[in-house]
Design a binder for this molecule. Sequence first.
Ligand SMILES: [Zn+2]
Length: 230
Amino acid sequence: MKRPQDGAVLDWWERARTLPPLERALHLLALFVDAGAEAIADWPIGRRDRALLAARAMLIGPEICATAACPACGTEVEAAFDAAAIAVDDPAENEAALESGIRLRAATSRDLALALASPEPRLALAQACVVAGAPRKRGWSEALLAEAAAALQALDPQADIRLRLTCTECAAPWSAPLFVEPFLWREMAGWARARFDEVDRLARAYGWREADVLALSPQRRRTYLALAAA
Ligand SMILES: [Zn+2]
């Protein structure tokens, strides 16, 4: 992976606001890896999310801070952890067999987009992931759909990140899912805001253009900001 210039990330952020959530994640990742958004759309979700977290670590750092409301008392609980703590190895198998001889592969962003646009998302997702076989004449029964959902989860554990939390008020333990894309989107809004702030302050202090400021390394920007404030 390579770290893109901050200017390129800001260009992405500006364009991404009009894109559907799944697409904006793919376009962000395309800045960091040697693959286009179209190719990344065919990656399993877990591979995409692991790469998104690695991209985030390059821009923001490895420490992740997330909040979730306690299901027992509603207190907002903060969880701080390292991105490495939620990295999961891919399973040895990349296909799973269902009862009726159907074989599935892990779901990709493309499959997920299809499922989300369907009136029957679970069915659409299962069908999109079939590599061989078909259900017998009863079709996709509730039991078969549940089996497919469990198989898809086992095929891609990285796609289902769960944080183990303990409430600071009532001590109730629970696990909360971490959805990488929306989490990252919120964080990137803050990241972009901080870059605009740097440009604003350095442009005022030295008369530099936006492109000049963004071409500086983060370290140099901080140095000049400190000098300008002195
Ligand atoms: Zn609580």
